[in-house]
Design a protein around this ligand. Structure first.
Ligand code: DC
Length: 226
């Protein structure tokens, strides 16, 4: 049995963590714990069932089962992966993610998954906002992936265009700045001083995806984690 480790990978919107985390999971033959997908799955459930208030969402928690398999997400055994980035889900998710009971339940589940797998010798790549602070404060290693707001908006603009959504770059830049502000202030917030929480800061503005991945792997090798 290999040594399982928990790797926390956090960072702001469009920092590239959502692309890097599954690549890292493949490389290490580990499990990709995509925490944002769990909040999105619950947002989709609330839309489908007209659960429009925090109280209604809270009361539905026991009816919901969310499974993560590779890059796919299942809600009560239905593959909902392709629906998770629809605009209506993205608009609904902040309300859902701000409910303390929702955070408690999802964080408990994330901890259960992570610690069980590590115990079994399987590495876990936990990706989100608070995986290195709240979910796994004792992660074996924590990375904070960052890039300038302009480059993140550029990446997001390209992603949206690839999905057929036509928005001006200025609008995407404006949205990214707003998302940064709300991500810093909501419950389970992204930290503004990652160094204080033991994160290794990876600044990827001028790096390609491959170089960023290599940098992360190098850092883990240097620390004897892999
Ligand atoms: O990473 P993402 O964009 O898929 O996240 C979706 C939403 O869930 C986003 O509004 C932030 C929230 N979220 C959170 O509150 N805590 C996490 N650990 C991950 C995501």
């Amino acid at each position: 049995m290999g040594k399982g480790v928990i790797i926390a990978l956090d960072g702001p919107v469009a920092s590239g963590k959502g692309t890097l985390a599954p690549l890292l999971a493949k490389k290490l033959d580990g499990f990709y714990l995509q925490t944002g997908a769990m909040y999105r799955a619950l947002a989709l459930y609330s839309l489908r069932n007209d659960l429009d208030t925090p109280e209604q969402v809270k009361n539905s928690l026991s009816d919901i089962n969310i499974d993560l398999k590779g890059e796919s997400t299942f809600l009560n055994n239905e593959d909902i992966t392709t629906q998770l980035h629809n605009n209506d889900v993205s608009s609904r998710v902040p309300m859902v993610a701000a409910i303390p009971e929702v955070r408690n339940v999802l964080i408990r589940e994330q901890k259960r998954i992570g610690y069980d797998l590590r115990e079994k010798g399987i590495s876990v790549i936990a990706e989100g906002r608070d995986t290195g602070t709240v979910v796994f404060p004792d992660a074996d290693i924590k990375f904070f992936l960052d890039a300038s707001v302009e480059i993140r908006a550029k990446r997001r603009h390209a992603q949206l265009q690839a999905r057929g959504e036509v928005l001006s770059f200025d609008k995407v830049l404006d949205d990214t700045i707003k998302r940064d502000k709300s991500d810093m202030h909501q419950s389970g917030a992204l930290v503004s001083r990652p160094d204080q929480y033991g994160y290794v800061l990876i600044e990827s503005t001028d790096l390609t995806q491959e170089t960023t991945l290599e940098k992360i792997l190098d850092c883990m090798r240097q620390r004897g984690i892999i």
